[in-house]
Design a protein around this ligand. Structure first.
Ligand SMILES: CC(C)(COP(=O)(O)OP(=O)(O)OC[C@H]1O[C@@H](n2cnc3c(N)ncnc32)[C@H](O)[C@@H]1OP(=O)(O)O)[C@@H](O)C(=O)NCCC(=O)NCCS
Length: 227
């Protein structure tokens, strides 16, 4: 019996040490999760029950291994994380401070992706490539960016600081800072706090004279056909 109690005490002590270590090293990330998820009720809840934090811990261990060219070990850790959290962060990706993945399931971050500070990703979002090109083929995400649930940000593009990518958007072109992007393909609906008025988007306005000429050409073609 005393033997069993000893084992229990050792296991409990190891668990508490691990908890203290994670709290100290990942303090900023845990606080970011608490700040950005109104459902997060306590520090302990985030540490024990948030898959986004667990995937990040695995990533923070795997990334230095990747940099030491221990690719197999690094990839193994990221696959363990994927198995237990449903989040796949390639160990080669570069991720900034106070990063938070909410809910998490289905998030994929590619090898050459670069993520700034204070970025929030929702479930099902992808920072992916567009093909099988070599080199930098994943996006660069600025600081303080939110990527909505199911959004796909694809290719070697740049998402400017303080931007919002709407849920389920597919973004394949650079996005300037302070923008909101929605839809497929992603279009900017807000920039620097102002709604984009597509009626005033001169690039999309049709030339009325050209339209009249085209109408006249159609009529002439029809008359000639029916002669
Ligand atoms: C994109 C987003 C940030 C826009 O927020 P906003 O700046 O408040 O913008 P608005 O709500 O004023 O919407 C602007 C326009 O875009 C449309 N829109 C908003 N989100 C959209 C989306 N994800 N896809 C397509 N259209 C969208 C709105 O209908 C509105 O259209 P309108 O101008 O024709 O009426 C927000 O809608 C969003 O998708 N956030 C992601 C949140 C998320 O993933 N949560 C998961 C929680 S589990």
């Amino acid at each position: 019996m005393a033997y069993l109690i000893n084992i229990l005490v050792i296991v409990l002590a190891a668990f508490l040490v691990k908890l203290a270590f994670i709290s100290a090293v990942f303090y900023a990330d845990i606080k970011a999760a608490q700040k950005r998820d109104p459902a997060a009720k306590s520090f302990l809840e985030v540490i024990l029950l948030y898959p986004g934090l667990h995937a990040l811990i695995y990533y923070r261990l795997a990334h230095p291994l990747y940099k030491m060219r221990l690719f197999f070990l690094a990839r193994m850790l990221s696959q363990i994380a994927r198995f237990s959290t449903g989040i796949e962060i390639h160990p080669g990706a570069q991720i900034g401070k106070r990063f938070f993945i909410d809910h998490g399931l289905g998030v994929v971050i590619g090898e050459t992706a670069i993520v700034g500070d204070d970025v929030l990703l929702y479930q099902g979002s992808t920072l992916g490539g567009t093909g099988i090109v070599q080199g930098k083929r994943h996006p660069t995400i600025g600081n303080n960016v939110v990527i909505g649930a199911g959004a796909k940000v694809l290719g070697n593009i740049v998402i400017g600081d303080n931007s919002y990518i709407g849920a389920n958007a597919v973004v394949v072109k650079d996005v300037p800072p302070n923008s909101t992007v929605v839809g497929i393909p992603g279009r900017i609906t807000k920039q620097d706090g102002k709604k984009m008025d597509t009626d005033l988007d001169h690039a999309r306005i049709l030339d009325p004279i050209m339209q009249s000429i085209e109408e006249l050409q159609d009529r002439v073609r029809n008359i000639e056909k029916n002669k």
